[in-house]
Design a protein around this ligand. Structure first.
Ligand SMILES: O=P(O)(O)OC[C@@H](O)[C@@H](O)c1c[nH]c2ccccc12
Length: 381
């Protein structure tokens, strides 16, 4: 404890990533110290000891957004807004001595609602399984499968965009998509019909998904790499997804400020996973193109705040930034609102080499057979 308190005075602490392999006592100490570094200078000094005690007691690691708050003295929502992010974080109290200040706030749209619900969910999950335990479980997970490799091979094999086929029971925009829902049967059908990868929704509250779906599909004998489709707001979730067998994870630029994105991409890469970084507009795409280590970008045709879907979005962004993307060797996934072979050909012409499809497959009587309909031919696998 002495050394922790001493270390807490060696401020400012530059941002450094959290421990990536295991939670040793020294790595734990450093995260605790970073956790202590919050608020204005005065607040920081007054709370340093409290914060360390609190962090030790709760075994909690703080995320980069909190470090930026401390470093800049600005609230995370102010920082995020300056980057064009409209999602406000709920700012729950960290220390017993803090108040929330925005108890009466109401979410402005569905994405903000989802993120706020997610903050509650994640803090409950973390309380049950602290970071060091989840990191340890992730070390015993089944080996990571090569998500990007699977996309590239499928693209070369079929000369049409590689398919990431989604398993999604419901969505906030469309309600329940499929009553007869057996994730393993659907995954097997996707595999038999030439999908390159599988995406599985794990959010329970808004999509009726679960990590159990992911885990059972991963242990079912299906060989395709799996994307964990989540609303990631905390690196804890990445380790958790890995511990359940995920090979790739979604990071949404509309939700995560730059430093969180950078940090989380790095966590994914260090775990051998693929980060699919999702953008919806030019500003988000430009932010993401500045981040080192991004290998896969998803262009979402759906605006997550309004649900409006327009495939023109993929074309427009590829026209504007396609050269830059190709130069960096980044692969692009066209996401959402793809129902017909014409839709797929359209985004293919726009320059994408992979697509992510959920609704049109989930609504089909036979989701496996529906794949051929999407491409106008059977896929080889
Ligand atoms: O069902 P669709 O329109 O084919 O879309 C699939 C996928 O793109 C969509 O589920 C999605 C894209 N980005 C997301 C972020 C969170 C939840 C879901 C999504």
């Amino acid at each position: 404890m002495e050394s922790l308190l001493a270390a807490a005075h060696l401020q400012p602490v530059a941002f450094s990533p959290a421990p990536l392999s295991s939670s040793t006592s020294s790595s734990r100490s450093s995260s605790v110290v970073r956790g202590a570094c919050r608020g204005s200078h005065a607040v920081r000094c007054a709370y340093a000891k409290d914060a360390i005690l609190y962090a030790l007691e709760h075994d909690e690691m703080f995320n980069s957004d909190e470090v930026i708050q401390w470093e800049s003295g600005k609230n995370i929502n102010t920082i995020a807004a300056a980057q064009g992010i409209s999602i406000r974080r709920r700012c729950r109290p960290r220390y017993p001595s803090e108040g929330t200040g925005d108890d009466k706030a109401v979410p402005r749209h569905i994405l903000e609602q989802i993120v706020w619900d997610k903050e509650v969910e994640v803090s409950q999950r973390k309380a049950k399984k602290p970071l060091r335990d989840v990191m340890e479980s992730s070390e015993h997970a089944p080996p990571v499968r090569d998500f990007i490799g699977a996309l590239t091979t499928a693209y070369v094999r079929n000369s049409v965009p590689a398919l990431i086929a989604e398993i999604k029971k419901a969505s906030p925009s469309r309600g329940v998509l499929r009553e007869n829902f057996n994730p393993v049967e659907i995954a097997q059908a996707y595999e038999e019909n030439g999908a390159a990868c599988i995406s599985i929704l794990t959010d329970e509250r808004h999509f009726q998904g679960s990590y159990e779906h992911l885990e059972t599909v991963r242990n079912s004998g299906v060989k395709l790499p799996i994307l964990c489709k989540e609303f990631i707001i905390d690196s804890w979730q990445i380790y958790y997804a890995r511990s359940k067998g995920a090979d790739a994870i979604l990071l949404i630029a509309a939700v995560l400020p730059d430093l969180d994105l950078k940090y989380m991409v790095r966590v994914c890469n260090n775990l051998g996973m693929t980060a699919l970084v999702e953008v919806h507009d030019e500003r988000e795409l430009d932010r993401v193109l500045k981040i080192d280590g991004v290998k896969l970008i998803g262009i979402n045709n759906r605006n997550l705040e309004t649900f409006v879907v327009d495939t023109l979005n993929t074309r427009m962004l590829m026209e504007k930034r396609g050269d830059d993307i190709r130069e960096k060797g980044i692969l692009v996934v066209g996401e959402s609102g793809l129902f017909t072979a014409e839709d797929v050909a359209y985004v293919h012409r726009a320059g994408v080499s992979s697509i992510l499809v959920g609704e049109s497959l989930m609504k089909a009587e036979d989701p496996g057979r529906a794949i051929a309909g999407l491409f106008g031919k059977e896929l080889l696998h």
